[in-house]
Ligand binder design. Structure first.
Ligand code: SIN
Length: 475
């Protein structure tokens, strides 16, 4: 197990000797003590990245593509080991952890294919005096701050396009889940990523680390996945050097079910949209708007499906909902559920935290939630489904859009025309129409409003890591 910092292809201790403890959220047991980097280490990592990036940017796109493809392969070859690390430090069930590695690896395969297709353009100036040539060189060094809920995939979703475009990266993984990040980094080097191109520096002092990394004159961009509150704070710091930013922030996804929907399919989709990866995803369905004609049937069937979920240690093959990441998460979820009940919601299932060890919350379904209850304005990030019955579609859409967030939304209806019309009216970057799953390396992932800036994945994703240069010339 790697427990040092990865800087310039070397495993090193933190310059001030600090360490951070990693615990298993299912048991509370200490599983590793990992070196924690200082501001000085962040600067050393940016130095290394800046030096490595020059050479990498000048390699042929095909060569970069081949290296990325080797990264895809090596992650798959080590899927079982990596899944075990994820389950140990993050808690998600092993089956989800395996799925995460397949998803994480796929960003490399997809971007290996994109590396050779970065397009530019040429046109004649309207006055006919010259040509306008537009091309897309790499940005340079990218500082990445990544979350604990997908400790592998949220790294590869950034690193793969960044490398494909010719950049180098410095990553601060989440303090709860550094082990996955470090092992992924080690494997990328085994696959042929040159030293210095991918640096991984966990830290105990995120603010100091980030200030130092972004103050470095070689840093050109910040890419972050996490909460909107943290995103705002990072944007303030990044603005000091007018850095390019890509932000994947919080969600508050509405899940809409119309009377004409296939209710069994809607429940199946709801289970994916709500419970995937133990309900700790930013795309998770957060508010279920269910038309009144099917509200009772949907609530009964969703409760039955949620009741069948086994919660526990993710190493148990029967478990499909692991622990929440920490005690603070449990406190937040409990507070939201209690607040909803105090405001008049009924508990159709669950409703409470489970005694430790570990940080578990019962799969919970709340009926009769009002669209303005406090639980509807917070990202729950836990296995709780608040159901809000509705009768008027226009009013429902207004409530669904009445949030600062705009990441993911879901719509279930048999009328595809209505589904498309409602999808267009929802102010969300991604809509699942009769689908509970939408994450795909081949699709542009990202949000509107305060859910983010930019897109990751798809053919759009690579351009986030590219500059635009225009050359005026005549011949
Ligand atoms: C996230 O929760 O941040 C990402 C979810 C996904 O990629 O599906």
């Amino acid at each position: 197990m790697q427990d040092k910092l990865l800087i310039n292809g070397q495993w090193v201790e933190g310059s001030d000797g600090q360490t951070t403890d990693v615990t298993n959220p299912a048991t509370g047991e200490l599983i590793a003590t990992v070196a924690a980097g200082s501001a000085e280490d962040a600067v050393a990592a940016v130095d290394a990245a800046a030096a490595a990036q020059k050479l990498w940017a000048s390699t042929a796109p095909r060569q970069r593509a081949e290296t990325l493809r080797a990264c895809w392969q090596i992650l798959l070859d080590n899927q079982e080991e990596l899944a075990g690390i994820i389950t140990a430090e993050q808690g998600k069930p092993l089956s989800d952890a395996r799925g995460e590695i397949a998803y994480a690896a796929e960003f490399f395969r997809w971007n290996s294919e994109e590396a050779v297709r970065i397009e530019g353009s040429i046109r004649t100036a309207p006055g006919g005096t010259n040509k306008i040539i537009v091309h897309h060189p790499p940005v340079g060094v990218v500082v990445m701050v990544t979350p604990w809920n997908f400790p592998a995939a949220m790294i590869t979703r950034k690193v793969a396009p960044a490398l494909a475009a010719g950049n180098a990266v410095v990553i601060k993984p989440a303090p709860d889940t550094p082990l996955t990040a470090l092992r992924v980094g080690e494997l990328l080097h085994e696959a042929g990523v040159p030293a210095g191109l991918v640096n991984i520096v966990p830290t105990n002092d995120a603010a100091e680390w980030f200030e130092a990394a972004t103050a470095h004159k070689a840093t050109r961009m910040v890419s972050f996945t996490g909460s909107t509150a943290t995103g705002r704070a990072l944007l303030k710091v990044a603005s000091g050097r007018v850095l390019r930013t890509a932000m994947e922030l919080g969600g508050n996804a509405p899940f809409v079910v119309f009377n004409d929907a296939d209710i069994d399919a809607a429940v199946e989709g709801a289970m994916v949209a709500k419970m995937r990866h133990s309900a700790e995803t930013c795309t998770a369905a957060n508010r279920f708007f269910v038309e009144s004609g099917v509200a009772e049937e949907f609530t009964t069937k969703l409760s039955a499906a949620m009741r069948a979920v086994k919660t526990g240690d993710g190493t148990d093959p029967e478990v499909s909902c692991g622990p929440m990441i920490n005690g603070a998460a449990i406190e937040k979820i409990s507070g939201l559920v209690n607040g909803a009940v105090a405001a008049g919601a009924t508990v159709a299932l669950g409703g409470s935290a489970v005694d430790g060890p570990g940080h578990f919350f019962e799969p919970t379904v709340l009926g009769g939630v009002k669209p303005t209850d406090p639980i509807t304005s917070e990202e729950i990030f836990g296995p709780v489904a608040p159901i809000i019955p509705f009768t008027d579609t226009a009013e429902m859409i207004a409530h669904a859009n009445d949030t600062e967030m705009g990441l993911a939304a879901y719509v279930y209806t048999a009328d595809i025309g209505r589904g498309m019309a409602v999808s267009e009216q929802l102010e969300y970057g991604m809509v699942g129409l009769n689908r509970g799953a939408m994450s795909d390396p081949a699709a542009p992932f990202g949000g509107m409003k305060q859910s983010g800036i930019g897109r990751e994945g798809g053919s759009e994703g690579i351009y986030e890591f590219c500059e635009t240069q225009y050359i005026a010339t005549s011949w």
